[in-house]
Ligand binder design. Structure first.
Ligand code: AMP
Length: 308
């Protein structure tokens, strides 16, 4: 089943307690498509970059089998730039700079060859662009998953965010974003409110504390793998989303039970992402490493109890 990924492809500057990088490749579209490509060999990307973007990175995406026909390169324009600083606990961060550049007036053109996609991942991006993508697809995909962030919950974007939320099946956000969107501290209450906004399923990512999957009347929890070294959580949420939809689309099963497995695969992918700065680690995984990591998740939570 083919997958369409829309998201930012960007330059990031990141500060963590372990170091600082001024200009590395990032963006939700980058992390999602790379992560999904380990599961689905029919991953198609729609995104925009400026003339300043390195061709080598586009080649890297292609080397992962990602179709970049829908990646626009705008002459004379600058790529999206984001900069963030992590707090000591690495679970929270401050956005220092967001320069939309090419994203400000991005017109997402969907190549004809993408029109038959059955799975759509709307990565963190201008909500109006996410909506346009959905509207431009001749046939509604079987499953539409959306990610967003606090930046798009500000008053100037909120109305459009709410519109697109009403059109998707699954929303994936972190705990802080879920609380902000719903105006509720309790994640259970927040989930109920968000599911009234449109999505039937909500995924709440909680960094090193794992992820929650909320369905209509069921909840599933997946832990995060306790890691010895965490260098940079940037892109972990997107890498999670890429593993989640990559697995769902490759198995073509959107039952709640399969979503539980997808959350585990997403968590396994995210656990790699944080081990190095930027996308370096997720760019270079072997199937064996992935298999072993998923087994570690199984071992972490499997136990037997008998009642007498
Ligand atoms: P994550 O850590 O999973 O939330 O994703 C971080 C990535 O999101 C970075 O690589 C950024 O380039 C990208 N990003 C940050 N802010 C935005 C935004 N407002 N719109 C789209 N992408 C963003």
């Amino acid at each position: 089943m083919s997958l369409l990924v829309v998201g930012s492809v960007a330059f990031d500057a990141i500060e963590t307690p372990f170091g600082k990088v001024d200009k590395i490749i990032g963006g939700s579209g980058t992390y999602i498509s790379i992560s999904a490509s380990y599961f689905n060999k029919k991953t198609n990307l729609v995104a925009v970059v400026g003339e300043d973007f390195p061709e080598a990175h586009i080649k890297n995406l292609q080397a992962h089998g990602i179709n970049t026909e829908g990646l626009q390169i705008r002459k004379g324009a600058k790529s999206f730039f984001w900069s963030g600083r992590y707090h000591n606990d690495l679970n929270t961060r401050d956005t220092l700079v967001t320069e939309l550049n090419v994203l400000a007036d991005f017109d997402p053109i969907i190549p004809d060859s993408y029109q038959d996609c059955q799975y759509l991942m709307l990565g963190n991006l201008v909500p109006a662009v996410q909506k346009t993508v959905l509207e431009r697809l001749e046939k509604r995909p079987k499953l539409v998953v959306m990610d967003t962030m606090n930046f798009w919950m500000e008053p100037q974007f909120k109305a459009e965010l709410m519109e697109v939320l009403g059109m998707v099946d699954v929303l994936s956000v972190n705990d802080e974003e879920a609380r902000q969107l719903a105006g509720e501290y309790s994640l259970v209450k927040a989930a109920k409110k968000i599911m009234k906004m449109g999505p039937k399923i909500l995924v709440v990512k909680k960094g090193e504390h794992g992820a929650l999957l909320f369905g209509e009347d069921q909840i599933f929890f997946a832990p995060a793998l306790p890691l010895e070294d965490v260098f940079d959580p940037t892109g972990a949420g997107d890498t999670f989303a890429g593993g989640f939809i990559g697995y769902l689309s490759s198995t073509d099963d959107i039952s709640f039970d399969n979503m539980k497995r997808a959350v585990i695969y997403g968590s396994a992918m995210a656990s790699f992402c944080v081990e190095k700065f930027g996308s370096e680690r997720v760019m270079n995984l072997t199937p064996k490493e992935l298999e072993e990591r998923v087994q570690e998740f199984i071992d972490l939570v499997q136990f037997e109890i008998s009642y007498h």
